[in-house]
Design a protein around this ligand. Sequence first.
Ligand SMILES: NC(=O)c1ccc[n+]([C@@H]2O[C@H](COP(=O)([O-])OP(=O)(O)OC[C@H]3O[C@@H](n4cnc5c(N)ncnc54)[C@H](OP(=O)(O)O)[C@@H]3O)[C@@H](O)[C@H]2O)c1
Length: 187
Amino acid sequence: MAASLDGFIARKDGSVDWLETLDEFAGGETLDPGFVEVFLKTINCYVMGSRTYETALSFEAKGLGWAYGDKPTFVLTSRELPRTRGTVEFYSGDLAQLVNGQLRPKFRNIWFVGGGAVSGECLRLGLADEVRYSILPILIGYGIRFFEKLDRDVALHLMELKAYKSGTVELRYEVRGHRGEPRNAAT
Ligand SMILES: NC(=O)c1ccc[n+]([C@@H]2O[C@H](COP(=O)([O-])OP(=O)(O)OC[C@H]3O[C@@H](n4cnc5c(N)ncnc54)[C@H](OP(=O)(O)O)[C@@H]3O)[C@@H](O)[C@H]2O)c1
C-alpha cells in the first residue's frame, strides 16, 4: 500500500485525497506505465477488506474505473455488500483458511490490497511473504495505520528500494517471520 511518512494509509474517515502529492525529486526514476502493466499481469488474484472494497466501489462510481481488471478478487466481509462484477467473491471467516486452504493451491501470486485491518491480520497470521510499502512525501498526523493491531515484532529483510521523481519511495521487504511472544497491542 501507499502510506504517508507517518505511516497512515487513509484518514480516519477513510479518505485518501492526500495520495495526490506535488513533490518533485530530481534524482528520482519515472514510473514506466509499461512496467506497471507487465507487473500487474504477474498478480493472479486480489484479497481486500470490505472497507477497501467500498472505497474501490466509490472510485468506480465516480468514473475512475476498477483497478483489479478481470482478476479474481476476494472481499472479506461479514456483511451483504453489492457485487458489481462476476470476478468478486465474498468471504467471511478464518483468513488463514482462505489463503492457505483455498487460494494458495490455485493462485501463485496473491496480492493483499489492504486496508490496515487486513494487512495487520495478514502479518499477524504469518500469511505474507513480502511487504510492498510506498512512502508518499506527506504527513497527515492521524488516520488508519498500515498495519492495524499488530501484536508482535515481525522481522523483515529489505530487498529493493526505488525513489521516484514524484518524491515517492517504494520499499520491498521479505517477511522473515515473527519474533518474540504476542503482546497486548495496547501496551
Ligand atoms: N493508501 C493505500 O494504498 C490504501 C490501500 C488499500 C486501502 N486503503 C484505504 O484503507 C481504508 C480501509 O482500511 P481499514 O483498515 O479501515 O479496513 P479494511 O482492512 O479494508 O477492511 C476491514 C473490514 O473487512 C472485514 N473483514 C476483515 N477480515 C475479515 C474476515 N476474516 N472475515 C470477514 N470479514 C472480515 C471487516 O468488515 P465487515 O465484516 O464489517 O464487512 C473489517 O472491518 C480505506 O479508506 C481504503 O481506501 C488505502
